[in-house]
Structures are given as C-alpha cells and as structure tokens.
Design a protein around this ligand. Structure first.
Ligand code: SAM
Length: 229
C-alpha cells in the first residue's frame, strides 16, 4: 500500500519521492506491477505502474473504490503527550484503533508540547501506520490546544480521565457518534482542571484502580470507545 500525497489527476498518479524510492528501491517494482494506493480521504486505488524511476514512479488508475475501515464512532483524543518514542507509539496505536483526531493537550503539569517539526513527524507516523493497518482515512494530529480551547468545542459526549472518577458507562458511549476523551500528563490533571472539565459537562471517568501511563490510558479509552458497537 502506498500513500498518494495528491489524489490522481485524471487517471494518472505520480508518487512522491519517498514513496517512489520505497517502490523502486525497496520493493523493486516493475512497469506493469499493480499496487494499492490511498490518499487519506477514504478512496483506495488499484494502480498499474507505467514508469519506474528511482525518485519518480508514475502509474495509471485501473480501479477506484471507497473503502471505509473506520471505527464505530469518531473519537478525539485530547492528550497531554508523553515524551520521546512513547509519543510516536501512541500515535501509531491510535491509528490502528481507529482514533479520528488527536490533539496535544496543554495542561498545568504537562511538559513542553511538541513543536511544529515534532508534529510533522507524528503526521508522518500516521501515514506509516495507516499503510500498515490498511486504514484509508488519516487520523489528524492537530496543533497543541489548551483545556479551554478543547472544552469550547462542547462535544455531546466528553470524558475526562481521572483515577478517582466513576467507571466508564459504555451504554452512554454506545448511543453517540462522537466522543472526546481528555487524558492528563504524567503528573495528572490538577483539581481545578478536573473541576473545569466537569463544569463544562465532561463525565469524570476512571479506568480502574491502577495508575496507567498516559499512553496506556489513552489507548484503553480508545479501545473501549471505538471498538464497542
Ligand atoms: N498521579 C496522577 C493522577 O493521580 O492523576 C497520575 C497521572 S497518570 C500517569 C496520567 C493520566 O492518565 C491521568 O491524568 C489520567 O488522565 C490518565 N489515567 C491514568 N490512570 C488512570 C485511571 N486509573 N483512571 C482514569 N484515568 C487514568
């Protein structure tokens, strides 16, 4: 599976340099080979290669299909990102579990939020993970937002994850098409932040008696909310 930075123009597809190199050098693609392409908007293409250069591969679309492998509902994870490799791991697993949107959450006790370059790296990780798990819609990774910004969107079902909350009520979740889940930093949300989220209508929910790392909490709530029909 290969990512198309732009949808085909007419029937013709030109793969970007990184994907062309992957095709030509790693996969040793030949003229006439048929590969699958996706552009992140839901379309999946069968593409016959018509020209294979080391940095530029061109193909012709033989078939186009809309193939959705999206989850039962749209989940936005607003998460105080962990550091280093754990960030990339969280993004990769979020894509696999069908998370729709990830917002780096700026919190009182959070460490510095990713700069533009880091966000770009995470977006690249989204593409790599989507290739691997055959997802045709890209999970968006947004710029960092404060709690106030995120709460201003007033989603119908919002969950703030906090160890002293109530158990997650899956019946509530199963009734809605969209869920927002807020996950705090390693130091946790402050009492004021939890109170603010609750006032804004968020359910304060717990994932059990153990303290989970940020990425574990994020992926546990993602599994509960995206996989339950
Ligand atoms: N000492 C911090 C506290 O009490 O909040 C622990 C923070 S935990 C490492 C990081 C984030 O993961 C928390 O802010 C919360 O959003 C989520 N989290 C971790 N364990 C949780 C649990 N058992 N229930 C709900 N959320 C949890």
């Amino acid at each position: 599976r290969f990512f198309l930075e732009q949808p085909p123009i007419g029937d013709e597809v030109t793969f970007a340099e990184a994907e062309s190199q992957h095709l030509a050098k790693v996969m040793r693609a030949q003229i006439g080979d048929v590969v699958v392409g996706f552009d992140g908007s839901g379309s999946e293409y069968q593409i016959e290669l018509t020209s294979v250069g080391k940095k530029k591969v061109i193909g012709s679309v033989r078939q186009k299909e809309e193939v959705s492998r999206e989850a039962a509902r749209k989940l936005t994870l607003a998460v105080a990102l962990p550091k280093g490799d754990r960030q990339r791991w969280l993004v990769e697993k979020g894509v696999e579990l069908g998370v729709n949107r990830m917002i780096p959450l700026i919190t009182e006790r959070g460490v510095a939020q990713p700069v533009e370059k880091a966000i770009e790296r995470l977006r690249r990780a989204v593409i790599e993970a989507s290739k691997q798990c055959e997802r045709n819609h890209l999970m968006t990774v947004e710029e960092g937002q404060t709690l106030d910004d995120v709460l201003a969107a007033k989603p119908t079902c919002a969950l703030v994850l906090h160890p002293s909350g109530e158990p997650v009520n899956l019946e509530v979740v199963q009734k809605v098409d969209e869920v927002l889940a807020l996950i705090g930093p390693e130091g946790g949300f402050s009492d004021a932040e939890v109170a603010k989220a609750a006032e804004a209508g968020c359910h304060v929910v717990s994932l059990g008696k153990r303290i989970l790392r940020v990425e574990t909490a994020a992926l546990a709530i993602a599994s509960l909310t995206t996989l339950s029909e």
